[in-house]
Design a protein around this ligand. Structure first.
Ligand code: UDX
Length: 447
């Protein structure tokens, strides 16, 4: 099939490359000429494992092209995917201005039946607005359908998630739209394909992300109880996760959910529900627990260091999760400015995301970006871990301990076993596993 993709961000670029990899002819459009130039040269504009290889091979095969001209993406495309950003507004609702802009761009270009498909995560009922916008601008005689085909891509594993989905959701309200999307996917994937109404598909996506966020806030709530009982939340998570009704995924306690999706989708679902007159106080509690994680970590850092002004702190990780350069919604955006305002001297390291973070927080006399963990540890009074990069799990702790001024580690991602860190000579703080000092006292003194 010939396919058009509006938007070449995290979802749009992976969707473009993935659909081309399936053998379709894909034209992707973005308003930013610099992005289009780089992608046309085979240079990825995001850090995503496996993306560069597929981008270059599909460009070379002539199945994939990038343009700034919407007409190129519309052209002979039978299906046009809307993959533009839907960031949160200040009031928590999704900002759909980019979606509306695409609808207004498409309307005058309709010259025969087109299937316009929401791929971006949008609030339920968005398809109605796209449809009415296009109908108003294109005239009632134009033939088109709006469908919903939400993406379930995780940053850091998006290419794998696209090529090996655990389900495909098709929201379509016409037989023609349904069969076009079934034709697109049925021959390529053996996973379950769920066909629903458009609004149902929109809500499936939002509810999925809201549930994942709820699971994370649940284990972080349990983590706070574990702190008080000197119990390791990781052991509790393992014990409950073995129940197949619960499942072990998304039970890692730590700094909570960040990124450009979960926070936004929780707040957007709250707004959709409230607009429909449904009280979703539970989701507000999910947000509250999540927001509080930053304060929990800062309290640990103050407990470890007491006085912060002029203390040297090595910060490991600014990305919102491992294997991405994305800092949107990252804990680092809360922790680093707070530590800086409290007078600490920060040496910050991240394997991929420093460039994006530095744009927001340029270096200064108390904020430097360093090239390695060991540079961040040099003369540090403490190391603070904010991202669960695999690189941080296999460090030379003897070298780190010898480089630090005081061997203190405050681990927001619970990467290590407390007894092992104590044995390596560190004062180790993490979330939900009792404090470093607790592990040094015999049981009878802990009560
Ligand atoms: C998420 C959904 O997983 C994906 O299906 C959807 O399409 C987009 O949003 P993403 O935001 O890329 O994907 O990353 P994800 O792996 O879900 O992690 C989200 C956040 O939760 C990260 O900040 C991560 O650190 C945190 N997290 C994840 C936890 O704190 N604990 C966990 O156990 C898992």
């Amino acid at each position: 099939m010939r396919l058009g993709i509006f938007g070449t961000g995290y979802a749009g670029l992976v969707t473009s490359v993935g659909l081309a990899q399936l053998g379709h002819t894909v034209t992707a459009i973005d308003k930013n000429p610099d992005i289009i130039a780089r992608l046309s040269d085979g240079v990825p504009t995001i850090h995503e494992p496996g993306l560069k290889e597929l981008l270059t091979s599909n460009l070379d095969a002539g199945r994939l092209s990038f343009t700034t001209k919407a007409a190129d993406a519309m052209g002979e495309s039978q299906i046009v995917f809307v993959c533009v950003g839907t960031p949160p507004r200040a009031d928590g609702r999704a900002d759909l201005s980019q979606v509306e802009e695409v609808a207004c761009t498409i309307a005058p270009m309709l010259d025969g039946y087109k299937l316009i498909v929401e791929k971006s995560t949008v609030p339920a009922r968005t398809a109605y607005w796209i449809d009415s916008t296009i109908r108003r601008l294109a005239g009632p005689e134009r033939e088109f359908d709006i469908a919903s085909n939400p993406e379930f891509l995780r940053e850091g594993t998006a290419v794998r998630d696209f090529l090996h989905p655990d389900r495909i959701v098709i929201g379509a309200d016409s037989g023609r739209a349904r069969s076009l999307l079934l034709d697109l996917y049925q021959s390529s994937f053996s996973c379950p394909i769920i066909v629903t109404s458009v609004t149902t598909a929109e809500l499936i996506k939002q509810a999925a992300n809201a549930f994942l966020a709820t699971k994370i806030s649940f284990i972080n709530m349990v983590s706070d109880v574990c702190e008080k009982l000197d119990v390791d939340v990781a052991a509790v998570a393992k014990g409950i996760g073995l129940d197949p009704r619960i499942g072990g995924d998304f039970l890692r306690a730590g700094l909570g959910f960040g990124g450009s999706c979960l926070p936004k989708d929780v707040s957007a679902l709250i707004k959709v529900a409230e607009h429909s007159g449904v009280d979703v106080g539970m989701l507000k509690e999910v947000e509250r627990i999540n927001t509080a994680r930053i304060d929990r970590l800062l309290a640990k850092i103050e407990r470890a260091l007491w006085v912060l002004p002029n203390k040297v702190i090595g910060v490991l990780g600014v990305a919102f999760k491992s294997d991405t350069d994305d800092i949107r919604g990252a804990p680092s955006l809360g922790v680093i400015p707070r530590l800086h305002s409290m007078g600490a001297r920060l040496h910050v390291y991240d394997p991929a995301a420093v460039r994006n973070f530095e744009r927001l927080y340029p270096p200064n006399d108390r904020l430097t970006y360093v090239a390695s963990v060991y540079d961040a540890a040099r003369e540090a009074d403490a190391l603070v871990i904010l991202t669960d990069w695999d690189e941080f799990r296999s460090l030379d702790f003897g070298r780190i301990r010898d480089a630090m001024h005081t061997p203190i580690v405050v681990d927001g991602r619970n990467l290590f076993e407390p007894p092992l860190m104590q044995a390596a000579g560190f004062e180790y703080y993490s979330l939900g596993r009792g404090d470093a000092t607790l592990h040094q006292k015999p049981f009878r003194e802990r009560v």
